[in-house]
Design a binder for this molecule. Sequence first.
Ligand SMILES: [Zn+2]
Length: 319
Amino acid sequence: MRDAETVTFGGSGLDRAAWLRGNPEELAMRRRDGSACVLPIWRGKPLFAGHSAAWVAPGHSVLETAAETPVFLGLDEGQARFAADISAWEPETGDTPPAGVFFDPTEQRHPALPDDHRFAELRGVMADLTPRDAELVATAKAILGWHRSHRFCSACGQPSAVADGGWQRRCAACGTFHFPRTDPVVIMLITHGNKTLLGRSPGWPEGMYSCLAGFVEPGEPLEAAVRREVAEETGIRVGPVRYLASQPWPYPSSLMIGCAGEAVTEEITIDPHEIEDAIWVSREDVALALSGEHPTIRRPRNGAIAGFLLANWVADRLD
Ligand SMILES: [Zn+2]
């Protein structure tokens, strides 16, 4: 697909400078000499100023509660970029993030930062970021999330430590190296003639429908994952499948792999354990939903690959 990499988080050609990761002295020097900058992330919420990521100097007091050595993200125009997890910070004021909601609308402000700086859900800002900011923030959120949830060695249970500029954890007790996880998810634009198959999960906002999606299982090619997920959730059988575009999706660590699939059956039988509803929607109705004018189907969220695939399908730009 020609426009594949224009999706949000589609990559900006960031120089990840992997050769620097194994040189902790050089990384520490770049933080000390003031030439680097750091993105603080609090409990999965990056720091933003307006519609941009907000970077701070490595010695900034907001980083006092950083859990571990900052992760080295790469070189942006030669400037070293890091990300630090400051989840240990306890805000004294502001709203408490609600538990278990689809979208956390609360924002937190830190007393050591200017008033326009706030920790916020990436979902609410992602579509406005520059491609470079989007790549840096998505990378930072995903890898810091991995560190937070992988503090102990999965081989022996002992605490592990950050290594390789943040791109590994190592266990001193048993010597195992651990690498950041990326979980592949297929998300599929299933079509049958002029219609596409959309579904919704329990708990989604009213009127929200999206392309079906599911995790790829061990030992399974993408094409088989597409056919299995669609069959499990809706009973629809799918014939030819092809790759369209991919999107890193740091919620917490997925890679969304957008595929097109042609349905060979039409009758929907949903599995209520998997989804709440599934419907065939015409190209004209998808166009209305994309413009926010459909009476019952809500406009897809800006920045997510489902809306990107649907918009390209409506515009006949899947080639
Ligand atoms: Zn171990």
